[in-house]
Write a protein that binds this ligand. Structure first.
Ligand code: SF4
Ligand code: SF4
Length: 111
């Protein structure tokens, strides 16, 4: 059986932190810990004048890939909570296929 993973296409991540909150509720942890962390790649102006400003959501070592939710046929809490569709759950192979098609501003998390 293939292991699960999360494909993270952070191009349109707004840094809203909804995934962090949903994950804390799932893991029952306080707000001094993170199961997924939203990092800010702080803004700077590029040579062509365009602004570079990214937020990148990435699970931590506390992530259990929402094992109990997935066993019930539900999506992981962070995936469910993200309205920008930044986070997608699938097998490692499915996530790798997505990364092949859209490698820019994207990553795969495998626990
Ligand atoms: S999959 Fe579950 S445990 Fe992992 S970051 Fe998302 S909400 Fe947290
Ligand atoms: S991954 Fe989604 S829920 Fe999390 S900060 Fe980015 S846009 Fe918000």
């Amino acid at each position: 059986m293939s292991h699960g993973a999360i494909y993270i296409d952070f191009e349109f991540c707004s840094g809203c932190h909804s995934c962090e909150i949903a994950c804390r509720k799932h893991l029952r942890i306080a707000n001094d810990k993170d199961g997924i962390k939203v990092l800010e790649d702080r803004p700077y102006q590029q040579e062509n004048g365009a602004w570079h400003w990214d937020y990148i959501a990435y699970p931590t070592e506390l992530c259990d890939l929402c094992e109990d939710r997935v066993a019930e046929g539900k999506l992981p809490s962070c995936v469910q909570a993200c309205q920008a569709k930044v986070l997608e759950f699938g097998t490692i192979e499915e996530c790798a296929e997505k990364l092949k098609k859209k490698p820019k501003k994207a990553a795969i998390f495998v626990p």
